[in-house]
Design a protein around this ligand. Sequence first.
Ligand code: DGT
Ligand code: CA
Ligand code: CA
Length: 576
Amino acid sequence: MPIHNEDIAAHFEEIADLLEIKGDNPFRIRAYRNGARAVRALPRSAAELLKGGEDLTRYPDIGEALATKIAELLRTGTTQAMENLRRQIPSSLEDLLRIPGLGPVRIRTLWHELGITDLDALEAAARAGRLRGLPGFGPKTEQKVLAAIEEHRKKKRRFLRSVAAEYGEPLADWLRAGRGVREVVIAGSYRRGRDTVGDLDVLAVAPDRSDVMTRFAGYEEVAEVVSLGPTRATVVLRCGLQVDLRRVRPESFGSALQYFTGSKAHSIQLRRRAQERGLKINEYGVFRDERRIAGDTEESVYAAVDLPWIPPELREARGEIEAAERGRLPRLVEPGDIRGELHCHTTATDGRADLEAMALAARQRGLEYLAITDHSQRLTMVGGLDADALARQIETIDRLNERLTGITLLKGVECDILEDGRLDLPDAVLARLDLVVGAVHSHFELSRRAQTDRILRAMDHPHFTLLAHPTGRLIGERPPYDVDLDRLIRHAAERGCFLELNSQPRRLDLDDLACMKAREAGVLVAIDTDAHSERDLDLRIHGVLQARRGWLEAGDVLNTRPLAELRPLLARTMGR
Ligand code: DGT
Ligand code: CA
Ligand code: CA
């Protein structure tokens, strides 16, 4: 797959957009935009020119720096500059660039002023009239943005992965029952464990004579058959979710799976690597000249370019190929590594199961410990506990622990962080707990500075253990509150307290990039379910996927510790 001048130009324009979103030096931004123009103006493809031994700096507007980047891009399929930016900027912000009227400067304002990183958050803010006060925005812009979003959504809306699973998994089972069908896998962003998916990309291994394609089109949930051929088809389900199906032969399964799992950016880097070795990778196999040398399994595809298999959650062009090459891939945390739950509710506040039922449900799921963390008094509408009620719950838990075998209940609270950063309960009762989970449930609108100071102050409380859902985002419903997450992470590292990755599918908070940062800072992340019922304890898989996308290993996760190792970690934050 040759890299065209247009690809290079688009790459530089994307870097310029990302730099502008980041608020980088205007001269550097302009240099990339000029570079894009200069590449488009070249008389022949840059690849050919370089092959012919030409010096690209001979051409107008191409300096030493740009020429080096072009060579790098042709050689590796990407540039370090781009990879660094991708690590710093949520990929969903790039989706906003596709909304007419929103350039990088406005996107930067939205991100910094309102913490908006995706379309849903933008829409919610526009509807709530929160855009009009921003520099460069007025009531008119707000209307335009809403109209543009609606237009954009008609083209495609994203689904929570958990929702897509509810539709996709039964469909996959339906296909598995087709004639001669050997294997069905949902690939794409779904397999990479993204928190939302644009559509589902399903692969089926089946012979030519199989009925799997017509079976797909005839599935009861199908509202529209967009296209139907012998090896590919597209339908839209009644819920609006689009599903693509590809039928492949067994010998191509690994290659097709690799190709349709993506991400596109990851696959481009992989193909570049193949080219360096005189190989060609496509969805049908790995080829040397016309001869297939690999492709039946994904492992064989990666092995053909001298790499170990890379877990799908890492395939986002965030340094995973380099890590694989050096034998430095993380050993990602797995659901079975989790030993206990540190955040759940009971009927004492807004849970639907009582203490004992929650304890038994946790035991049944093989957990060693369960922290009971009902809400604190400020949340009156859910019956938040005051100091007396919490003291009574502490005694109830002590009695239950004497009686129960196979599970240990930890005493905790999900304590509101008040507007000024104080905790919502007196120290005397907090001191009797095993852990204090701090959470923001109000005053989402504080300025970045005030919100950050508020949470830092709460973390400074001697009994503060764990920050629940650290950014407060609800995917598609509410943007994160504006907070300096990097400072929170640094502070948690200094204080020896912890951050939560909340597994509720609409929270998934911390997100993947934040997990990477926590890991780098050495802050342990608790993968919690925030269960409000027995069944909620099963939500952890969503959190584990997000953690894996954030490169977390078992050792980076607080609640992979057995109780005996957990206790001293918690005790440190409780001042014991
Ligand atoms: P989504 O659906 O927006 O959540 O994201 P994906 O990653 O599932 O993207 P989708 O559905 O457009 O395509 C599925 C996979 O197919 C993608 O991850 C990689 C592969 N793919 C699609 N288009 C291209 C392409 O132009 N080049 C390459 N190399 N791969 C592609
Ligand atoms: Ca997809
Ligand atoms: Ca697709």
